[in-house]
Design a protein around this ligand. Structure first.
Ligand SMILES: Cc1cc2nc3c(=O)[nH]c(=O)nc-3n(C[C@H](O)[C@H](O)[C@H](O)COP(=O)(O)OP(=O)(O)OC[C@H]3O[C@@H](n4cnc5c(N)ncnc54)[C@H](O)[C@@H]3O)c2cc1C
Length: 455
């Protein structure tokens, strides 16, 4: 998966939102290094000039590498275009805290295979640890308060075997750490009676702790495609040969996601939308827009993603059966800023491909074009074609210690509850201007130190 951390401002914002400056790019940077294991691209090609080693760790759990192939002719065109471009320059490393520019893609791939958390953190001998039990096909249905304690103390989890339906409880000596993700964590808390009291009563769940923001503030990235016709041919991958190559050497086109370069860009400060709307970017280092740089033969496809959405969604429950699915409203495009920003994103992509390096290569813009289509038509095309980037965060957000809003104190403990902590994307208050796995890894790395210190 694409490995991008986001901007230094994104992480400084966590500190501002939680009034705890120990959440900052400066404090978190060593944790990025601690988590990362930068490895050569599959096949071992020399990737120097495509990243900056000073921003990378080499001994962590998560393997990160540059693409197997490249630079291709198309990659070189982009580099040349950036040399002549005033708006978008070549940026040696997307993960320096200043991601804007044309960058080489880094991915969580090691030895030609995906390095997920299941591989990096739980692979090898970790699973053999005597103090680790992994229950498969098991759903945590509720967290339960202790009957003895006068203060709300939650250290017991109720779990159900998905196959047999057998229910049991497990009680932690120190604390429960919930990591169900931006959908699973609020789902579990709400099923347990931790959420908005009235909303819980409406679905006949007994409230044990009124915490109105559980499941609120969902923030995700959305993207849509713009395309160009190009003076090029399709170069189909021989998938049989590619599979054989991967099986034999763990190299070849199947080792990657097929994208070599990305653009991260800011909407110009004089764009008309900023007359109506406050700039949501966390600071000058945070790009508003991501553009995927991809040629598929006679077409150039640019997935244009809005990195700084203002729209918010929710995660709710509709019954008191914890095995029912949560009701997720992603809230996409509900804030008028987002549609306007997407138009600016399409314009950024248009300006990029109007650059001199693409002369003779690009033969036409296929749209959708915000400058020629009637406004409604552009909006409708975008709404029909846009898709999620799968980066949800914010449904159990951190906030200042003792604040009535938010769900977690800055130490990731559930507000007003003893024994219960959340470590996952739901804690992140605003979606970073990046793909989100690195932000989740860095949150988890720091959380491990917070937990160790408090135990
Ligand atoms: C299709 C897809 C593609 C993505 N691509 C990228 C990418 O290229 N780069 C990138 O940076 N990010 C990518 N992301 C985003 C990234 O995967 C997430 O940001 C990250 O995994 C979030 O981590 P998390 O720990 O918060 O949640 P998750 O990784 O979702 O982990 C939560 C886990 O808890 C389990 N769970 C939830 N509720 C319960 C329960 N009640 N009982 C038991 N288990 C439960 C879930 O099954 C899940 O395994 C992608 C996401 C998706 C879905």
């Amino acid at each position: 998966m694409v490995y991008t951390r986001g901007s230094s401002d994104d992480f400084d914002l966590w500190g501002k939102v939680s009034e705890d400056r120990s959440w900052s790019w400066k404090t978190l940077f060593p944790y990025f290094l601690r988590n990362e294991k930068l490895v050569p691209p599959p096949g071992g090609r020399d990737a120097s000039g495509q990243y900056d080693p000073q921003f990378h760790g080499t001994r962590g759990l998560t393997s990160v590498s540059l693409p197997w192939g490249g630079p291709t002719d198309f990659d070189r065109l982009a580099i040349k275009n950036a040399e002549q471009n005033k708006e978008i320059k070549f940026n040696l490393d997307v993960n320096s805290g200043k991601p804007s520019g044309l960058v080489w893609v880094q991915s969580t791939i090691g030895n030609g295979e995906r390095c997920s958390a299941a591989v990096g953190a739980l692979g090898g001998k970790v699973k053999e640890r005597p103090n680790l039990t992994i229950l498969l096909n098991t759903q945590a249905t509720r967290v339960l308060p202790s009957k003895e304690s006068r203060q709300l103390d939650v250290r017991t989890v109720e779990i159900v075997s998905v196959s047999s339906g057998k229910k049991t409880t497990v009680t932690a000596k120190k604390e429960l750490i919930v990591s169900g993700g931006a959908f699973g964590t609020p789902h579990l808390l709400l099923n347990s009676g931790i959420g908005d009291k009235k909303e819980l009563e409406n679905v006949r769940v007994k409230s044990i702790h009124h915490l109105p923001d559980v499941g609120k503030g969902l923030s995700d990235h959305l993207a849509f495609l713009v395309s160009w016709s190009a003076n090029d041919v399709v170069r189909p991958v021989d998938t049989v040969a590619a599979f054989e190559e991967w099986q034999t050497n763990r190299t070849g086109p199947l080792t990657g996601i097929g994208i070599h370069q990305l653009i991260f860009a800011r909407i110009p400060p004089d764009a008309p939308l900023f007359k109506e709307h406050r700039d949501p970017a966390a600071g000058p280092n945070s790009p508003h827009i991501e553009v995927v740089v991809l040629s598929v033969g006679p077409r150039i496809l640019a997935s244009v993603g809005l990195m700084t959405p203002k729209s918010r969604g929710t995660v709710k429950i509709t019954s008191n059966n914890p095995l029912d699915q949560p009701l997720i409203d992603l809230g996409y495009l509900t804030h008028p800023f987002d549609l306007l920003a997407f138009k600016e994103g399409a314009r950024i992509a248009k300006r990029w491909y109007e650059g001199p390096a693409y002369e003779g290569y690009i033969t036409g813009f296929l749209g959708p074009d915000p400058d020629t289509l009637p406004e409604n038509e552009f909006d409708n095309t975008l709404k029909a074609g846009a898709g999620p980037s799968w980066h949800p965060v914010g449904t159990a957000s951190i906030s200042p210690k003792g604040a009535k809003h938010g769900v977690l104190d800055p130490d990731l403990k559930v507000k007003g509850v003893k024994g219960l902590r959340v470590v996952d994307a739901s804690a992140i208050p605003y979606v970073p201007t990046a793909h989100t796995q690195a932000a989740v890894y860095v949150l988890a790395e720091r959380a491990s130190d917070l937990i160790r210190a408090s135990w």
